[in-house]
Ligand binder design. Structure first.
Ligand code: NDP
Ligand code: HEM
Length: 511
């Protein structure tokens, strides 16, 4: 039999379909598999022999098919696409992705819910993750945001406790409305995000119909070394579409995978979803003057003060060929920044810069950045060596240069990309993040911009989610609604009464 390099086993395999030419099945070590239907047994009735390596290998591999799901944002949907610059923002940033109008950068996105596990239904009321990895020619830039411009907390120390309240109760193994409202009512900074979550936008119809926000304040710096504070906004071009609780319940009764179906099928049909990327820019010195802390993740910057500036368009136009390899294994991290785009003093952002890469090393392994979906599309030269599953060899650029500094032509540092100094001052202490902070004006402004029908749905959504919550916790939360707007508290009370849910406080009790 002729042996050629592409078909080393030299035969055409027997196949169910005689018109197909199929490759020969092999073990992982490359040896031909003779029989994939019948185990090796002593006689037709068995038992199975230990030496049936193919059987053992198959079972052992199956046992390792699952990796830990993400501790949060476990259920997700993703696709590939491009970002195209439409407006010049080089006065704010020297980031190469924004260097010229018309420049196209490939990217991958992953959308997600926060609290549910991998098998959770898609159309649940929850915040949606909106994460984008831009494969820029100066390294990967990950904008790991949500479909909301703010977040529940402003101090990262509270994140694990907050997430515990969103996950299952240790004894009942059920989600706990009591835990959620207990935490929120004890953390008034959550009111802004809670209001968005309970509004119409709390259940988008699919990722194709929601905005995305970087949420944090980041920074940009330009070729002259000037720094600007910045917020990123993706505004959806398909328009907003949302589901009411009743619509979502009916939909989940029919399919738990409505987002996957919608996003995947739209892209297969050639209906490529698009978002316009805008930035809000704050001159560095303004941070001292705004009536709110611009690095507080529970606050937006009003559009009237910092208008949206158009930057470009994101289009999703290719589905992954293998969900596990390309979406489950994608490793998004706010630590992936590129020259021209930087962090800010935002405490939560600072903590996230640690947390994600740590999660990836646990979930995916030491060399997660080398997986095809995570690998930068530009040259990579570093001096990290060895480690489990290292199939890369040295990355420094020359065989004898496995340390730095060296005299053998290895990669060298690049001071031309130095970031201008981040202006920080203050004594190290544990500052009360509640002191002098207004947790009510912006939620109140949001409440007032919702129309009457939207407000009614907000009241109903909140009241429904308070089923089974003790009255003293509801009382505490009602005070927060009152402080945002008395009509907010009054509306929730009415909706609670209509459902027979107990509370004792008829109006805010002034201290
Ligand atoms: P504007 O009137 O200029 O903007 C209102 C914003 O609210 C728009 O971005 C709109 O998004 C968004 N919006 C509308 N309905 C909802 C909802 N149910 N949930 C979340 N966002 C919604 O007002 P200001 O900039 O002065 O901000 C007023 C309030 O609007 C803020 O307190 C904040 O709660 C909310 N908001 C503000 C944003 C900002 O960056 N300034 C961003 C998002 C919300 P769209 O244009 O896509 O319809
Ligand atoms: C996922 C931590 C706040 C958006 C994750 C993961 C961790 C984490 C550990 C799982 C990562 C993985 O296994 O791949 C934290 C911490 C936070 C925080 C410690 C605050 C202290 C936020 C905020 C946002 C956000 C404020 C949005 C503005 C996301 C998104 C994902 C995610 C979108 C999913 C990424 C993906 O699709 O792979 N977070 N998070 N998180 N987080 Fe956070």
């Amino acid at each position: 039999m002729r042996r050629d390099p592409d078909n080393l086993h030299g035969e055409q395999a027997m196949t169910q379909n005689p018109t197909l030419r199929c490759p020969v099945m092999t073990t992982t070590a490359g040896a031909p598999v003779v029989d994939n239907q019948n185990s090796l047994t002593a006689g037709p009735r068995g038992p199975v022999l230990m030496q049936d390596w193919h059987l053992l290998e198959k079972l052992a591999h199956q046992n390792r098919e699952r990796i830990p799901e993400r501790v949060v944002h476990a259920k997700g949907w993703g696709a590939f696409g491009t970002f195209t610059v439409t407006q010049d923002i080089t006065r704010y940033t020297c980031a190469s992705i924004f260097s010229e109008v018309g420049k196209v950068t490939p990217l991958v996105t992953r959308f997600s819910t926060v609290a549910g596990e991998m098998g959770a239904a898609d159309a649940e009321r929850d915040v949606r993750g909106f994460a984008v990895k831009f494969y820029t020619d100066q390294g990967n830039w990950d904008l790991v945001g949500n479909n909301t411009p703010v977040f529940f907390i402003r101090d990262p120390l509270k994140f694990p406790d907050f997430i515990h309240t969103q996950k299952r109760h240790p004894r009942t193994h059920l989600r706990s409305a009591t835990a959620a409202w207990d935490f929120w009512s004890l953390s008034p900074e959550s009111l802004h995000q809670v209001t968005i979550l309970m509004s119409d936008r709390g259940i988008p119809a699919s990722p194709r119909f929601m905005n995305g926000y970087g949420s944090h304040t980041y920074s940009l710096w330009n070729a002259q070394g000037e720094r600007f504070w910045v917020k990123f906004h993706f505004r959806v071009q398909q328009g907003h579409r949302t589901l009411t609780n009743e619509e979502a319940e009916a939909l989940i009764g029919k399919t738990r995978e409505s987002y996957q179906e919608d996003l995947f099928n739209a892209i297969e049909r050639g209906e490529f979803p698009k978002w316009t990327l805008y930035i809000q820019v704050m001159p560095e010195a303004d941070a001292e003057k705004t009536p709110y802390n611009p690095f507080d993740l529970t606050k937006v910057w009003p559009h009237a003060d910092y208008p949206l500036i158009e930057v470009g368009v994101m289009e999703l136009n290719r589905n992954p060929d293998n969900y596990f390899a390309e979406i489950e294994q994608v490793a998004m991290s706010p630590s992936n920044l590129v020259p021209g785009i930087g962090a800010s003093p935002d405490k939560v952002l600072q903590a996230r810069i640690f947390s994600y890469a740590d999660a990836h090393r646990y979930r995916l392994g030491t060399h997660y950045e080398a997986l095809p979906v995570n690998a930068p599309r530009c040259p990579v030269h570093h001096y990290h060596t060895d480690g489990q599953m290292n199939f890369m060899g040295h990355r420094s650029g020359a065989v004898d240069a496995y340390y730095e500094p060296n005299s053998f032509g290895g990669a060298v540092q690049a001071p031309q990309f130095r970031e201008p100094p981040l202006k920080i001052r203050g004594d190290a202490d544990r500052y009360d993040h509640r002191e002098g902070n207004d947790d009510y004006s912006q939620p109140g402004a949001l409440f007032r911009l919702l129309g009457a029908a939207q407000q009614e749905r907000l009241f109903a959504n909140i009241a429904s989610s308070m089923q089974g919550v003790p009255a003293f916790i509801i009382d505490r939360q009602l005070t927060h609604f009152d402080r945002a707007d008395p009509a907010y508290g009054a509306g929730v009370r009415k909706a609670l009464k209509a459902r027979g849910i107990a509370f004792t406080q008829d109006a805010e009790v002034k201290a």
